[in-house]
Design a protein around this ligand. Structure first.
Ligand code: AMP
Length: 306
């Protein structure tokens, strides 16, 4: 039984008010893998070009990330994305998107991935995401999908089809409003739930995240950080922590999803401390435990009503 992750593996170039990187390793699938591999083994599905460093693939393998489902197109270039953050560090402009190998990506699920119990669909074209679901002979115990406004703008019908096949949707607040056409996040979650996913996670950046399921709601805080250095990949890292906790504990109850959201939030709070995946590369188990404990402290209180 396993956790299968689908997502982009990329080169990113990032500009923030604090500085600018050269081409560095990025991609939603990469962030998910770096994060989730702290908790459990992973089977990765992606595509890279011949320019993607073998050393990066080797280091992921050493962390327990299986790469049989990662296609290497030797004569082509890896997906490239470049973005510039505004002063508030919440909004960014995409400067360049070169799809390269991602342009005609047709994921192939290897036979050895057919034991998939948990499936994490990172942000990609909805038709690519659904093709992975449709290649699995047995429906996984839980399918989680991340998506973005871009796909709502250009591939809404595909996205609706994919949503009808999944259990958990992760989006940010403005995307939840766009998808549902409703400003109220409570009503937005109800409307999205009617499209398929019975659990809706709405991320609110520095204001934390909400989990909706039927008439239950959980609100998770975000850690007030002194400095956010680079928010790239925070959402993917959150997704990695969330699904990895569920896969490790094999418990998909609402109660355990609350814990999974805290794990995801704690991991995302590390990701923003340095450029790209840099901070995730040096994380220790002790640091992770301490950060999760900080989250527990952040919103725990006693009340004695008289
Ligand atoms: P996030 O900050 O969570 O939105 O994720 C940023 C990561 O997503 C970057 O590392 C990019 O390489 C990757 N990315 C950006 N645009 C796309 C896209 N259209 N498809 C797949 N991955 C993307």
């Amino acid at each position: 039984m396993s956790l299968v992750v689908v997502g982009s593996m990329a080169f990113d170039q990032i500009e923030t008010p604090f500085g600018k990187t050269d081409k560095i390793i990025g991609g939603a699938g990469t962030f998910i893998a770096w994060c989730a591999s702290n908790f459990t083994g992973i089977k990765q599905i992606s595509v890279v070009g011949g320019d993607f460093p073998q050393s990066e693939l080797d280091i992921l393998t050493a962390r327990g990330v299986e790469l049989e489902g990662v296609q290497i197109k030797k004569d082509e270039k890896t997906f490239f994305w470049s973005g510039r953050y505004h002063m508030d560090m919440n909004t960014r402009d995409t400067l360049v998107t070169e799809l390269n190998v991602l342009g005609d990506f047709k994921p192939v699920v290897p036979e050895s991935y057919q034991d998939c119990e948990f499936l994490m669909l990172g942000n990609l074209a909805p038709s690519v995401q659904s093709s992975v679901i449709e290649q699995l002979k047995t429906k996984p115990k839980l399918i989680v999908i991340d998506t973005m406004n871009f796909w709502m703008d250009i591939a809404l019908d595909d996205l609706k089809h994919t949503l009808s096949l999944v259990d958990v949707l992760m989006v940010n607040d403005s995307e939840a409003r766009q998808l549902s056409g409703d400003y109220s996040l409570v009503r937005a979650a109800q409307k999205i739930s009617a499209m398929g996913p019975k659990f809706i996670i709405i991320k609110k950046g520095e204001h934390g995240a909400l989990l909706f399921h039927k008439d239950q709601v959980f609100s998770a805080p975000a850690l007030p950080l002194e400095e956010v250095f680079d928010p790239t990949g925070a959402g993917d890292t959150f997704a990695g922590g969330f699904i990895a906790h569920l896969a490790k504990t094999k418990d998909i109850s609402f109660e355990n999803m609350k814990t999974a959201i805290i794990v995801g939030s704690a991991m995302a709070s590390f990701a923003v401390e340095k450029f790209g995946t840099e901070r995730l590369r040096t994380l220790t188990k002790e640091e992770i435990h301490e950060r999760i404990h900080q989250f527990v402290q952040l919103s725990s209180f006693d009340i004695n009503l008289v």
